[in-house]
Write a new protein. Sequence first.
Lengths: 150, 199
Amino acid sequence: MDSDRIDQIINKHQGQARSLIQVLLEIQSENRWLPREVLEKVSEKLEVPLSRVLRIVTFYKTFSFTPKGHYEIDVCTGTACHLRGAQRVLDTVQDLTGIKPGETDLDSKLSLETVNCLGCCGLGPVMEIGGKTHSKMSPAEIADALKKCE
Amino acid sequence: MNKILLKIDGREVEAGEGMTILEAARKVGIVIPTLCHHEKLEPYGACRICTVEAEIRGSTKLVAACLYPVEQDLIVRTRSERVDKIRRMILELLLAHAPEARQLQDLAKEYGADKDRFEKEPSFCILCGLCVRYCAEVKKKNAVGFVNRGAGREISFIPEIASKECWKCKECFPLCPTEALQAAYVFTEALVSLTSFQA
């Protein structure tokens, strides 16, 4: 990510320290990870100590210190989805993609995470692929949905 | 400044407005144990070892003495069965993390805490935040901070700042109630020398 774009994002928030999380979220969503140099730059520009930036970045699961794939796959393993077969969904996704939760595949296309609730428990088991929610997943549907990630 | 009268362990104590129970007690020589408290720093209320019973208008509650402001006619008990039981529990939990800490062992003896009650999980840090807050509030360097959350929370030196500021300061070392801080620093130093060696 070039530093002009980071400046743009920071300027959009008038360089205010209280916008730290918003700035980080925007960089994360565009760049798909937060390199150390970017955090140092943000800390300097927003006048927030680097230790606080790191505390916040390590606190929220949204932020990532390693590059994530182009499509982020979130499989819900919350209570309702668990009862409705989230483990089978997760196993199928792992078989099809060859990556485990927390990993990214070699061509940085897919990354897999488990989440605790996506907020629509009646539609479980639920998973999200690249921001799009898929409900009542069966193994066949998972294969179809993953094929669209090209 | 208005004078506030309160009772601590049966003694009449006069305190100023805005003082905490801990300050009022220390002024007259009543000892309340603390781990995360430091005079130069803002009260933090992390360790809860300073828990006391505070009675106001007939109802009693447990409060952290380092944070609770004094009130007119407040009755404080710094040692009671309830308070001791809580301190004992806190000590037993902290000792599972830092079994070797001298300060904790002394307190454990005083309160009869069993240091082997819980399975040991030595992280050596009790997250009192003294080093983190001292660096931020007094030295204004922010060379050490908390990272991660929940059970994985720990202190971490920021190598970029620590390599420049820490070796000539080290003022946070004696503050640490355990030995974790120094270990974290040595670890960071090793990492820094390793990366500069590679570069």
